[in-house]
Design a protein around this ligand. Structure first.
Ligand code: ZN
Length: 505
């Protein structure tokens, strides 16, 4: 075993990712790191169309895990899936003034079809509020039709100037929920409920701690009354908006005449919500869970949870070891996504590096000696700890427990990182110092004016990520600043709220 490791552990990937551990780099290196990890771990590739991305099988399998977990939660909260067309008549987009203003610059528009110029241009959907409301106006007649709770899994297109694998691509995959309610209260409750679903997905499946809260007016979804979000802090100190949930009020209902007859026989506009998360979550995973050896997938959404690496020298050993590997696979495959790497052309050492880079949470090494002792060797990806001589008897239970431990440990590590890089600042001077030297979440008082918000953005490129529901754990928050009110860091006027600033993807 030792000999194999020594001879064969030429660090194949290390040369390609040698900068990986230098995490306190300037921010653009974070973006380089993202591309490296996504490309080398075979999650994605660049496409011949600029700004688009090819999701490779390993990356798509990760997305499927995220999608399936979320799909179940969406259905468990009473929603049904449906599908609406990719093309939206241009006139639909123009019906809601703020919506068209927000989205027009990013839209791809089809003007030709079947060799002829189209009578009406078709927008490739950047989001589907308009076409869905057109249908809702036909389907909703009475209070008995409400609430109407739909979701669709789809691709959308937003013409991006500056793109990044997974985090910002011209075309991306997502889900978009769209609901209609009889009252404002019900719709607002739905908005918050679905934000809670996203929080659960992020923290319990992706092992990424988030801050949840309300967007300021400048960051609000075009056409919404209020936008809520979950924000993660990536390892390079940049924030990532990981999901949004909008209370749309009656804005789209009025534009599309989505009305219902209430219990008194009167016509009312419905109150609506929409909410979405995308393949950006895979980018969040990459930028949260990695080290100098590559990715670290949380077990709950890892495409492969356990890889078995057989170790042998002679043909006789090979036959015996592979037979045992298959037995183990059989006994574990109902509980785990498991793979035996029985490729002859690669050495065990090469395979160790390969699967570590790809972030498989648990590796089982199995050689002739392990077989005669009825044990296996286990390597944890999160800590790289080697667990020798683990009995084959009771292995399933052992691995179930270990898998939970790894999941929790990855969350703990990410949460520690977030807390360590969340700081309270009391003045603009301090703010500018912090944001340029140690990027992360900066918590400060804000008066609520967009001019103070813009001032910080122009000076530092940092934006208000959200007005958090709860003040996050800060490194250094003085007791007197824990109180609800203080002074705006820009204008020094009274401020009734704390906000979170960060540079963001
Ligand atoms: Zn101010």
């Amino acid at each position: 075993m030792k000999k194999y490791l020594k001879n064969n552990a030429n660090i194949v990937f290390m040369s390609k990712v040698e900068n990986i551990s230098e995490e306190k780099e300037v921010l653009d290196q974070g973006e380089n790191l993202l591309s490296k990890l996504a490309l080398e771990a075979e999650l994605a590739d660049y496409s011949p169309v600029k700004g688009c991305m090819v999701i490779r099988p390993y990356g798509y399998a990760a997305w499927e895990q995220v999608r399936d977990a979320l799909d179940k939660m969406i259905k468990d909260t009473g929603h049904q899936n449906a599908y609406f067309p990719l093309f939206i008549p241009e006139s639909f987009l123009k019906k809601e003034a703020e919506h068209v203003e927000g989205f027009a610059p990013e839209c791809a528009v089809v003007t030709y079809g079947g060799g002829k110029e189209l009578e009406e241009k078709l927008v490739v959907r950047p989001t589907s509020e308009t076409i869905i409301n057109y249908m809702f106006s036909k389907w909703v007649q009475s209070y008995r039709d409400l609430p109407l709770l739909l979701n669709q899994w789809a691709n959308v297109v937003r013409w991006e100037m500056r793109t990044r694998l997974f985090l910002r691509t011209t075309e991306f995959l997502w889900q978009e929920g769209h609901t209609c309610h009889a009252t404002k209260e019900e719709a607002e409750e739905e908005t918050i409920k679905m934000l809670g679903v996203y929080k659960k997905l992020s923290e319990e499946y992706l092992a990424i701690p988030i801050v949840d809260g309300l967007k300021t007016e400048s960051q609000r979804f075009a056409g919404a009354v209020t936008t809520y979000c979950i924000e993660g802090l990536m390892k390079d100190g940049k924030a990532l908006q990981m999901g949004t949930s909008h209370y749309l009020g009656q804005n789209f209902a009025k534009a599309f005449e989505t009305k219902f007859q209430d219990q008194n026989g009167e016509l009312q506009f419905v109150h609506q919500t929409s909410w979405g998360v995308s393949t950006r979550l895979i980018g969040a995973l990459i930028m949260t869970h990695h080290d100098e050896k590559g990715l670290k997938f949380p077990p709950r959404i890892a495409p492969i949870q356990i890889v078995i690496v057989p170790i042998y020298k002679t043909d006789v050993e090979k036959e015996m070891v592979l037979k045992k590997c298959k037995e183990l696979e059989e006994s574990l495959k109902e509980n785990f996504r498991i793979k035996i790497d029985d490729r002859d052309q690669y050495s065990p050492g090469w395979k160790f590096n390969h699967w570590e880079f790809k972030g498989v949470p648990i590796r089982l090494n199995l050689g002739p000696k392990d077989i005669s002792n009825n044990v296996v060797e286990i390597v944890r990806r999160d800590t790289l700890e080697k667990l020798r001589g683990i009995p084959q008897e009771g292995l399933l239970q052992y691995l179930i427990k270990l898998s939970t431990e790894i999941q929790e440990n990855l969350f703990r590590q990410a949460n520690d990182f977030k807390n360590k890089n969340t700081e309270f600042v009391a003045s603009e001077k301090e703010f500018i110092e912090k944001i340029t030297t140690t990027p992360g979440f900066l918590v400060s008082f804000w008066c609520g004016s967009s001019s103070c918000e813009d001032h910080i953005k122009e000076k530092t490129k940092a934006t208000i990520r959200c007005i958090p529901f709860n003040t996050p754990d800060c490194q250094n928050i003085p007791v007197d600043q824990m109180k609800k009110e203080g002074y705006c860091i820009v204008c020094n006027k009274d401020a009734k709220q704390k906000v979170i600033f960060a540079k963001a993807y």
